[in-house]
Design a protein around this ligand. Structure first.
Ligand code: KG4
Length: 340
């Protein structure tokens, strides 16, 4: 008998549902919320309301595209945390209600574990190159920057992480002070492709071990910009491509310096990248250069699997289902936790 998993993701500002059959993706639907753009960041209450509106049609569409009736489902996997509490509650409650009504198991998924396991999403006619355990994963998103040693799908060890801001958060904040809009990541990425990354120098942190810090860079960026704008109020307009390229290069260098150290010390050359910031072209190129120079076997997700999506929740749920790792109805959503 086939194993068919419905995955549900609602941790931040994307409502998503996906269907996986015997490990192969049948459908993935994402409703993104444009409502936050006007505010320069995600407004939690608006996110919850949008999830409420989207969840039924998104799940319906995912089942329809997969050609699967809800009675065919083996289990429902859902993001239990971390994320915005109000957003999570919509997906968690919906998943529990549907699983209960169908009398099938529910599987809780840690959102960050989902990002890492996005590398195991198999598409029906896609080539299927997956990392071998153990591998190292750089997980970089709006809320996290971590280097993880992945020993098995359910055995992950955080070797290093940010002690303050996340990489995506730093990019978003710098973009905001330049008046470029939200989310800053894709905007900076686009501008950076046309700029010279050697034009401006920003401070890099000196943190021992494998941990990261991005708040110093953010401050140095803000102060430098303030000084330059005193001389030329249109400084950003005149230099935005070079500013974006220099900022991006600094962040990519910080990320890759620690990652290189981990690879050298562990001797593990299977290296993956995951999370929203892994969509960044500068970071993706740095991975390709490292693969060539140091003989790494690299894994870069498709653009669609970098940001929040339910396909990664469904594949994680699939592995947990095979291990009969089910969750009971009394498990509440949780807002904060990192992979332990
Ligand atoms: O994983 P993700 O969707 O979710 C959260 O952490 O909530 O990551 C979102 C982050 C944002 O900071 C966004 O600016 C960043 O990923 N991002 C990028 C790019 N696309 C999204 N950063 C750099 N370059 C990109 N192309």
């Amino acid at each position: 008998m086939s194993t068919i998993i419905l995955g549900i993701e609602s941790s931040c500002d994307d409502t998503s549902a996906a269907v996986i059959k015997d490990g192969v993706l049948l459908s993935s639907v994402i409703a993104s919320q444009a409502v936050h753009e006007a505010y320069g960041g995600v407004v939690p209450e608006l996110a919850s309301r949008a999830h409420q509106q989207n969840i039924v049609p998104v799940v319906h569409e995912a089942l329809k595209r997969a050609g699967v009736a809800k009675e065919d489902l083996s289990a429902i996997a859902f993001t239990r945390g971390p994320g915005l509490m109000g957003s999570l509650l919509v997906g968690v409650s919906f998943a529990k209600g549907l699983a209960r009504s169908l009398d099938i198991p529910m599987v809780e998924v840690n959102h960050l574990q989902g990002h890492v396991l996005a590398h195991f999403i198999q598409e029906p006619d896609g080539e299927n190159v997956q990392p071998k355990y153990p591998f190292i994963c750089l997980l970089v998103s709006g809320g996290n920057s971590q280097i993880i040693r992945v020993n098995a799908y359910n055995d992950m060890e955080v070797l290093g992480q940010t002690i303050d801001d996340a990489a995506g958060e730093a990019i978003d904040k710098c973009s905001k002070v330049m008046g470029l809009g939200y989310p800053g990541g894709p905007i900076i990425d686009k501008l950076a492709r046309q700029g010279n990354p050697e034009t401006f120098k920003f401070s890099k942190p000196h943190i021992p071990g494998y941990d990261y810090s991005f708040s110093g860079l953010k401050t140095s960026f803000l102060y430098s910009l303030r000084d330059w704008m005193k001389e030329d109020p249109d400084f950003v307009e005149h230099h935005k491509t070079d500013l974006a390229a220099s900022l991006e290069k600094t962040i990519v260098d910080i990320l890759m310096d620690k990652l290189r150290k981990v690879v050298k010390d562990t001797g593990i050359k299977e290296v993956a990248v995951a999370g929203g910031v892994s969509a960044n072209n500068g970071l993706r190129n740095a991975f390709r250069e490292h693969a060539k120079k140091y003989g790494w076997r690299i894994f870069i997700p498709k653009f669609g699997y970098t940001t929040d999506n339910a396909a990664m929740i469904a594949i994680t749920g699939y592995y947990k289902f095979l291990d009969k790792d089910f969750c009971t109805i009394d498990k509440p959503a949780y807002s904060r936790v990192t992979i332990k």
